[in-house]
Design a protein around this ligand. Structure first.
Ligand code: DGL
Length: 274
């Protein structure tokens, strides 16, 4: 694997994106990096998320990646713009970093019948207002309400998805969201961890509300991007391989990561701090 597509998340969540990338574009090589040792990122400051994300991107570039996908909403919300506008032009003018927010916000307005959309994410993603600002660009008539769900990532990372505690926090956060706007008919899981709770969330919602996960949206948007940018696409090595790195314990990563990826994973440890 000399030039895989880098896929980065604070921990396991990005595996829900990688899974769809591999399904749609199995020919590419992928290198996944989970910064599990420092997850969750969701309630960390802008500066910290930027610093950690930059270290991860730099590391993936050093591994030969020409293109890195930030498969994490928190990192996309807090670090992507500065990386694209300042860091890349100065240090790596030919490399690319893409996020998960733009592809989602480009099309979510079309999914709602009522024009009322709900966003569920980490505190960082919600406070950044990235979804509100971006949806307004593509679909100015859509009304967007947000709810931060700070307990969901710890519940997922600790494999507590099927507990009464999980059901309590899901109900509580969904009630708060729908109290803000009861005409919502479309809810975006704007955190790459949340698809692991899809069944529980759907169960707690009225039937007419559709849940949107980002994996497929991001995968088809990346496929489209690569078709439009052959200079990048031809640099990506295409042996259909996937490798996994974690900054924490690889044994735990393999166990939990398989739940997110839907297949067995064998990871190795790496260190990002310089
Ligand atoms: N999976 C990340 C996201 O999409 C966040 C998880 C975390 O808080 O680290 O926002």
């Amino acid at each position: 694997m000399n030039s895989p597509i880098g896929v980065f998340d604070s921990g396991y969540g990005g595996l829900t994106i990688l899974k769809e990338l591999v399904e749609l574009m199995p020919e590419n090589d992928y290198l996944y990096l989970g910064d599990n040792a420092r997850a969750p990122y969701g309630n960390r400051s802008f500066d910290t998320v930027y610093e950690y994300t930059l270290e991860a991107v730099d590391f993936l570039f050093q591994q030969g990646c020409e293109l890195v996908v930030l498969a994490c909403n928190t990192a996309s919300a807090k670090a992507l713009r500065t990386i694209q506008q300042r860091y890349l032009p100065e240090k790596y003018p030919n490399k690319r970093v893409l996020g998960v927010i733009r592809p989602t916000t480009e099309m979510v307005g079309q999914l709602s019948q009522t024009g009322h959309v709900g966003i569920l994410g980490t505190i960082g993603t919600v406070q950044s207002e990235s979804y509100v600002v971006e949806i307004a660009k593509f679909s100015p008539q859509t009304k967007v309400s947000q709810q931060a769900c700070p307990m969901w990532v710890p519940i997922i990372e600790n494999n507590l998805m099927h507990t009464q505690g999980a059901a309590f926090f899901i109900k509580d956060d969904l009630t708060s969201l729908l109290d803000k706007d009861n005409a919502i008919d479309t809810i975006v899981l704007a955190c790459t961890h949340y698809p692991l709770l899809s069944a529980q969330i759907q169960k707690a919602l009225p039937q007419h509300i559709q849940l949107v996960s980002q994996g497929r949206i991001v995968a088809s948007s990346l496929q489209n991007y690569l078709n439009r940018h052959p200079a990048i696409n031809t640099k990506i090595s295409k042996k259909g391989q996937c490798a996994f790195l974690t900054t924490d314990d690889p044994i735990k990563f393999d166990e939990m990561g398989s739940l997110f990826f839907g297949k067995k994973i064998e990871s190795a440890h790496c260190s990002l701090e310089v």
